[in-house]
Design a protein around this ligand. Sequence first.
Ligand SMILES: *Cc1c(COP(=O)(O)O)cnc(C)c1O
Length: 392
Amino acid sequence: MSDTPQMIPIAKPVLDEREVEAVRRVILSGWVTQGPEVAAFERGFAEYVGAPHACAVSNCTTALHLALLAAGVGPGDEVITVSHSFIATANAVAYCGATPVFIDIEPDGYNMDPALIEPAITEKTKAILCVHQIGMPCDLARIVAIGRRRGLPVIEDAACAIGSEILWNGRWEKIGKPHGDIACFSFHPRKVITTGDGGMITTANPDFDRKFRLWRQHGMSVADTVRHGSREVIFESYPEIGYNYRLTDVQAAIGREQLKRLPAIVPARRALARRYHELLKNGSGFRAPAEPAWARSNWQSYCVGLPEPVDQRQVMQVLLEAGISARRGVMCSHREETWANHLAPWKLRNSEHAQDRCILLPLHNSLTPEQQSDIVGALESVAAESATKALA
Ligand SMILES: *Cc1c(COP(=O)(O)O)cnc(C)c1O
């Protein structure tokens, strides 16, 4: 976060006086945690993605925890998921006392390979947790078909995927409708819209939605807003163990402003991605990410494959020295100590390759065409130098 002003950051949230005004309004209202702003944010979000229910929570990690609990995941169970994801995907499974069973990603993308799901199913399997990695929809039609056939709920880790779309029965629909059983979103500043921290759970199942609302507020039988608004004395009860996973009204007010910006943010990101695609046709060998015909990414991140002679650390160092922030490919959870020896040995070649042989380029709404040209120019110079070195 110590980027100098000249630095091109990897990501940059779109925030201005509108969010400041919204926060000011909430603070002066005197009601600052989960209340009317959260309820309005939920309605706006549900409408945007086309979901029957949307429940706001403190972040996407807690959203995933509640989603897995609603799916009935508990101690000793297994959840089929990917290692190639932010660590929170695997950690949420652990919160339930269950074990993540990692399957590999597709060779030509960064999402779960549906062909590997059925061989991984055991009598302990309780759910499939797929990820729309860096905003690119995974092959949900195939994943959901397998889930339905095998009686397994499908939970979508849609942390990065607000505004992404998928062709579903011949129509473009938003990720989060949901197409699986439950979808979970993040509003961390690294995502496409932000509330500082925050999360949302969408579902078509009213029973799940009721559970999310109970669990996010300590398992308390009456919401604060209901008790506050009642003309009769109400004593609450705590029928189940719950959590404090609330979003605040301050955050939700920011979220409502961010939602209004989405119809401008997403097309702008798509235009930036198209420009990268064009610039990368320069013959330097960097591979632009592929978008399946049935998917429309929000381009939360733009991930390029490195040509053979180019070293990942070296190219990132050159970019850094040129004032350009890049990141390595998405992490693999099975390489971290927590999950390394869990069900060894993992065979996740495509996942490891994507972490080691890719980099994420800056993509945010204030990125200019000139900056994009400079970034790709820097890549070209590294490719040329690496090729010369390889020959020597
Ligand atoms: C960011 C992210 C998360 C965690 O989201 P938080 O809101 O920070 O808890 C989970 N899964 C994936 C794939 C992510 O990218």
